[in-house]
Design a protein around this ligand. Sequence first.
Ligand code: NAD
Length: 417
Amino acid sequence: MSDETNPFESLQEQIDDAAAHLDVDDGVIERLKNPERVLETNLTVELDDGSLETVRAYRSQFNGDRGPYKGGIRYHPGVTRDEVKALSGWMVYKCATVDIPYGGGKGGISIDPTQYSEAELERITRAFATELRPLIGEDRDIPAPDVNTGQREMNWIKDTYETLENTTAPGVITGKAIDSGGSAGRVEATGRSTMLAAREVFDWIGEQVEGASVAVQGYGNAGWIAADLLDDVGATVVAVSDSGGGIHDPRGLDPVDVKEHKNETGSVVGYGDAEELTNEELLTLDVDLLVPAALENAIDAELAEAVQAEVVVEAANGPLTPGADDVLAERDVWVVPDILANAGGVTVSYFEWVQNRQRFSWTEERVNEELERVITDAFDGLVDAYETHDLRNLRTAAYVVAVQRVIDAAEQAGTWP
Ligand code: NAD
């Protein structure tokens, strides 16, 4: 795995790449490449043994031209200011790609959550929510889950915010448990859009996802649900991995069984009689579809030369370095970019927020139907931009569509003061 590429520089390159196809002022592009504001703060919390520890936390509000800032909160030792800035920018262009009325934000705490008890994590989360209170709000900035956070953390943040504000504001955060104002279908949404994106791209290139062999890197929320739903539509998941390593069975793995094994043992490794393989071996396996669903920079230019999949659908944010993108474009490997493929998460977060504002719950069937419409319409929009502008890949197409939408909103608002 290459960790030398700065994800924020990758984001800026992606925007420049799109801007080359648009009629836009350099001054505007400079603004679209940088966050509006970044909170960097220290959280001092008491550990269970009575000692104090200080951890670093961030929230980047990248752009609010199309609506309130929106984006997840990540707990990982690799969280840095630049990573959070990049992730917040990707949120802006993701929301614009699927045309939902949000800007982009992202937050993170630089910790390894496995090193803390649940009570310690609750104190860290509530300390962060207290720092975030002046920045977030139902119409201002709406966090959500990301790597190593989920319903539990979202519920703590909602409760802290509502207690401090003395109000009821379920729309201040999404990805909540159903009883705390969450939406049906939110847990599955990122994996579902990954599956829908795979179906659309195979269809577009005149092939079928049914019967395709699939390798999935990362077996968390995005990866395991994508594997399960791809299996449901008739693909064969032959390899999966997590931070502990990978497993491979050319006859096909049962995604639900593998998940149960991971829940019991902490890793996919050791499942049944599947052979073990490294993450690098998984990424270069001879499969029809590769789904990177772990972290940024999983595939660099060198590894991209060895990728054998015909199609890559990015469930993770930023799994390909710009160098890898170039190599795969040259090698005619189809890549569905993260800002479309994993946009199901933020799309159903948007549906959750709409339901919170309406004080009315939708059925899971309605959520999934609306999600399918959003993803398939957005995919058609990418293909249209790709063909109209004769672009080098679908990522540039997505940025051309998304950057233009942000520019349009900014122009309509005007420059003030
Ligand atoms: P998660 O914490 O649920 O899962 C992450 C998985 O990646 C775990 O299985 C972990 O073991 C694995 N992993 C970590 N390092 C790895 C490595 N080096 N090799 C192989 N596997 C590794 O996180 P998630 O929510 O599934 O997020 C995964 C990616 O999807 C991230 O890039 C995230 O930003 C993106 N994403 C998530 C959502 C969402 O709704 N959860 C939405 C959009 C995008």
